[in-house]
Design a protein around this ligand. Sequence first.
Ligand code: ADP
Ligand code: MG
Length: 701
Amino acid sequence: MNANLLQTPIAYLKGVGPNRADTLRSELGIATYQDLLNLFPNRYIDKTRYYKITELQRSNADVQIVGKIINIKTVEQKKGKRLVATFLDETGKMELVWFRGQKWIRENLKLNIPYVIFGRCNWFNGAFSMPHPEMELLTEHQQGVKVHMQPVYPSTEKLGNKGITNRVISKLIQQLFAETNGRFSESLSPTHLQELKLLPKHEAMFNIHFPKSSELLTKAQFRLKFEELFYIQMQLITKKLLRKQKIKGYNFDLVGTLFNDFYANYLPFELTGAQKRVIKEIRADLGSNAQMNRLLQGDVGSGKTIVAVMIMLLAIDNGFQACLMAPTEILANQHYQGIQELLKKTGIQCALLTGSVKQSARRPIHENLENGRLQILIGTHALLEDKVQFKNLGLAIVDEQHRFGVAQRSKLWHKNEIPPHVLVMTATPIPRTLAMSLYGDLDISVIDELPPGRKPIKTVHRFDSNRLKVFRFIRDEIKKGRQIYVVYPLIQESEALDYKDLMDGYESIARDFPAPDFQISIVHGKMKPADKDYEMERFVKGETHIMVATTVIEVGVNIPNASVMIIESAERFGLSQLHQLRGRVGRGADQSFCILMTSYKLSAEAKTRLETMVATNDGFEIAEVDLRLRGPGDIMGTQQSGILNMKIADLVKDNDILQTARHYAIKILKEDPSLERPENLIVRHVYAQLTKHKNIWNYIS
Ligand code: ADP
Ligand code: MG
């Protein structure tokens, strides 16, 4: 297709004009012929069937009927008036009703002439009626392009009010095909078409708007989804390749004594298969001359720390320093202690740097970092201060990434001339589909296996009315020597109320679990950090039995003796947050429990969330449900990514097509990186256009 023709302003299309053009632009973002062509239907309705009025059922959604209007009248009602027409076929009669645009309809409707009407039937006062039917004269209907599946286009209230109905849009697209002859130029390579048996572009375009059959519609959808996903992947993969070429990294080609010695003698347990695989993936990165920028995903408790330790050993083996940054002091402390313990026989020098480390203690740390005597530095964002200078930082590990902004992460890079390798560890599982689209330019490793012998956490849902039973259960667990978390929601908008809930809850627990037999800690956002840490420490040391808290404890605290997690008002938490919270227990040898407390009033979505939590402990499964419930736009971090504004493909439903598209994108870039082969000319051309425009579909015709 002549690209210029498709760039024609939409106002020039016959049937549009300046007024409709304005509305199309403001409501649907349609400015050109091209934009209209790429307005893909949301769904399709079976138009092969014509109903008789006596056949109508109350459960019919959309129906199509042939008949005549025999009279039309205006009916006054409390608020404004409505226009009512009596519609007749040879079997019976029904009413057609309009609330808007009555004048135009009155003037234009013809009496006693056969129409085909289409719309949703209502059962009202013992008769069927159809509000705002789509209407077409039978004669025009017979001449028009025969559609078996009627497309339903995206619409808005304003479009409806301005008379730009679904049928009008469909007509405009028909007009567009007529003016352009429907010969849109191909945008995929012959190889694609052949190997995947794809419809050619123009056929796909025709069938997406005017499906000749449901088979052809399916094929058209497949082709267009593939095309969209393929070019997104082309962009992401190219970006990644460019980054790898541009950003040189240190080569860790030595697997030296420290690593081997530790592996052979000091590993406290056998690594899981997933841990081994991930270490291998990271090692391959570190020996590739390019800077590593890798995301390590692993559910809570999957054993990310030991992976971090082994990789740090690799850095030290190659003569570099390493650092590990955690989001809170408590976590940094825990990492420091755990890692000291693991490395105690290796002679590696390791230090802790957090906000509460005194100035006097900092000086030697700074010095030893600069002269290289310190090999590992663990801490909070205090590591990012300008005073902290390394002799040769080769590896930076960031735990629980979502607490750190991208800016903070990139600050780590600038500690050296050549940026250190960066490994970001997260316990927030990102569904594979999303990860691939969002972080297509980041490498991802996944630990998808828990260490052996873990007892799955038992999760139950209880209503507030069962609180006494729950308290009894808590008492029994405390008698067995266990510790308990009770967590309350804290949401910014209703902070005062939430705070009251927390305090009320605390008081009622304090009444039921009196001192001196029971000791209770409380931690919330209004406390001073020092007080928070003090209370947290008491719980960590086992001095208190119950920890009443807001979600501050969400992030990776490890207290193996805590075996019960009670989540109050659980219906108010999102799935990933519930899963994170639950991950605080189940870290020891004992059976752990998670109790989700709610009132009886639950939305359907809240029910699904609770049921999912009760049904599975698998973070990835939970993330997939979360994605289905909330859509990609609401999943953390996706808002910034324009990539998700897809026109036809759906990240959740079209995962298979995404995999295929990714496979083809990788293949083509591997075999012909600069797209010079004749069979790749089309892709090259389209891709070049694509990098000039923002919206992928702006050029793909
Ligand atoms: P997370 O991925 O949540 O950071 P951790 O690294 O804290 O998990 O590990 C959780 C617990 O599992 C720790 O007590 C750790 O010692 C233990 N662990 C890790 N890997 C293994 C393994 N392969 N076998 C047995 N226990 C392991
Ligand atoms: Mg951790």
